[in-house]
Design a protein around this ligand. Sequence first.
Ligand SMILES: NC(=O)c1ccc[n+]([C@@H]2O[C@H](COP(=O)([O-])OP(=O)(O)OC[C@H]3O[C@@H](n4cnc5c(N)ncnc54)[C@H](OP(=O)(O)O)[C@@H]3O)[C@@H](O)[C@H]2O)c1
Length: 258
Amino acid sequence: MSRIFITGSSDGLGKMAALMLVTQGHQVVLHGRNKDRAAVAMAGVPGAETVLTGDLSSIAETVHLAEEVNKLGLFDAVIHNAGIGDKERSRMETTDGLSHVFAINSLAPYILTCLITRPKRLIYLSSGLHREGNPDLKDLAWKQRRWNGLQAYSDSKLQDVILAFAVARKWPDVFSNALDPGWVATKMGGRSAPDNLEDGSTTQAWLAVSNDPRALVTGNYFYHQKVKQCHPAAADQELQEKYLTECARISGILFPLS
Ligand SMILES: NC(=O)c1ccc[n+]([C@@H]2O[C@H](COP(=O)([O-])OP(=O)(O)OC[C@H]3O[C@@H](n4cnc5c(N)ncnc54)[C@H](OP(=O)(O)O)[C@@H]3O)[C@@H](O)[C@H]2O)c1
């Protein structure tokens, strides 16, 4: 039996992964953005161990969430699943002066990765759209650029792969991978999405717990349990270092060296 923490497990792919893992007999800790969403998460996944709250758009709440995770003890895996899509028509600013999309999709996984006691496995939800992401890492907070929701989302999902690969390189004792769940019918994916929701969650659940040798790997990008090519920039070590430095500057939280 493994113990897994899943961000954004009140709905969609995170909830589905939680249901799968509980059904397989694993201990799962859920997460919701506030008390109401946390209650919804617990009601939706009978048998989950407990639920934690924290709005990932806030640096302070994300730091507090990491502290609450650590109070529960060690985890075998953390799935960085929570995210928002490309639908914001204008730049929505967080309390920290960042774009929502960057704060929730990119910076929060960085902060949680830095602060949660290191698990054996880390899984980062990316998207096929990461291939359209801009690797120049200029203006991550979207303070100077003219707003483009699709570009902001694509950038954030490329940043998730960069983070997964940087972690894989820097922490060789951890399996750190990114994945594309496919286009599935969730709140984010929309009703007409063509792919299957269960297939979309299978890879994250598999990477979190399976002893299949194909899951015991690091620094890969998966789609439906198969390694796929990703944006070549994600493997660029200089770019990875630049990204970690930028996240540290913006959040005030340094990436742990060892
Ligand atoms: N659906 C797709 O087709 C698709 C395709 C490629 C990649 N993905 C990726 O898959 C992941 C899950 O997406 P999904 O389709 O399952 O989306 P979803 O149904 O909208 O669920 C997203 C989850 O993230 C949570 N969340 C959003 N903002 C948050 C915040 N500020 N603080 C805390 N939690 C927050 C949501 O909470 P609430 O329930 O309270 O909103 C929900 O639990 C995302 O990272 C997404 O980028 C999805």
